[in-house]
Write a protein that binds this ligand. Structure first.
Ligand code: BDR
Ligand code: CA
Length: 319
């Protein structure tokens, strides 16, 4: 299995991604870092450890950045949390018996750098929260890209509206400077934006499959999703939810293959105007018949060839 470092802000869909990884023989998770996003980095680590305990896993967890790289959340105009989406603790109405494990003494950026050195070019990265820790690791170790096999990121909105502003997705918008540093670094990146994650929702029937499974992690995920579905029904009028982070995890494990994913230049808007945090993807070549841009290293996933929700459920029911 390929060694994988995961960076997350464990809320509800991050928990689904961790569940996916626990059931994935294609990768061995060698470390998890947390970042402030849905909840604080410290709370995210707590949630991660509890979710991993439900999955019977004890992967090393390191707390990462408490604040975005520059200017704080307020510069982006966001409140620095998404408890209205993920619940007060980040895991909806679910309350786990606290697992005994504690986070490591090193921070997430340090963990990532030491794992990259240890695995000499083979380490993959999956990032499903704001990109603050990855940017910090690049700052501390500029040679990091040469030590990494590939980076998969849930974030951005290429051709669809954003989810925290008309044009901006949360993971990118919560730290646009970090996102720009990570997307412009010379490593192969696969970006999994709202364009594709919103197209693959989980519905009530799927949630009930988890809830009624009798398995500890799946049942807990089914409970967590109740809160997420409530949020979605208030905002979008339907009790179902997008599968943002687990879809990125499934692409990182190589299990789910995108059918449309041009390799193009992506620029993040880091100005203070209404476009702050927008991922400007240069997709002009699509209309000219040459979707890949010479020299570009960001693959933007726009479509999958198949339905993701049933694949996710099958794996989660194995944990
Ligand atoms: C992303 O933002 C977070 O709320 C989710 O966990 C996901 O990573 C979706 O925009
Ligand atoms: Ca997330």
């Amino acid at each position: 299995p390929a060694p994988l470092y995961v960076d997350c802000d464990t809320g509800i869909d991050d928990a689904l991604a961790l569940g996916w990884l626990a059931a994935s023989p294609e990768v061995e998770v060698v470390g998890v870092g947390t970042v402030s996003g849905n909840v604080s980095a410290a709370q995210g680590a707590r949630n991660t450890i509890d979710v991993l305990a439900l999955a019977g896993r004890s992967w090393p967890v390191a707390v990462g950045a408490a604040e975005p790289s520059e200017g704080g959340f307020t510069r982006s105009g966001f409140d620095g949390g998404a408890t209205h989406v993920h619940g007060p603790s980040g895991l909806g109405g679910f309350s786990a018996p606290l697992a005994a494990a504690s986070p490591l003494d090193v921070d997430a950026a340090e963990l990532l750098i030491s794992l990259a050195r240890e695995h000499g070019g083979a380490l993959r990265i999956l990032a499903v929260g704001p990109l603050t820790n990855l940017a910090e690791a690049l700052r501390r170790e500029p040679a990091l890209p040469s030590l990494i096999a590939e980076v998969t990121i849930m974030g951005g909105a290429a051709l669809v509206p954003g989810n925290i502003s008309p044009v901006t997705e949360a993971n990118i918008g919560n730290d646009p400077e970090a996102a720009q540093a990570v997307l412009s670094a010379p490593w192969p990146v696969t970006l999994v934006p709202l364009d594709v994650t919103l197209a693959h929702p989980l519905d009530e029937a799927g949630r009930h499959r988890l809830l009624d499974s009798g398995r500890p992690l799946a049942t807990a995920l089914g409970e967590m999703l109740d809160f997420y579905f409530d949020f979605n029904s208030t905002f979008y009028g339907e009790r179902r939810s997008a599968l943002h982070d687990p879809l990125a995890a499934a692409i990182a494990t190589g299990t789910v293959r995108p059918s449309v994913a041009p390799r193009v230049h992506v620029e993040v808007d880091t100005t203070d105007g209404p476009g702050r945090g927008q991922t400007i993807c240069d997709l002009r070549g699509r209309f000219l018949g040459h979707p890949d841009q010479p020299g570009a290293h960001v693959r933007v996933v726009l479509e999958l060839g198949s339905d993701f929700a049933p694949v996710l459920l099958d794996r989660l029911l194995e944990v």
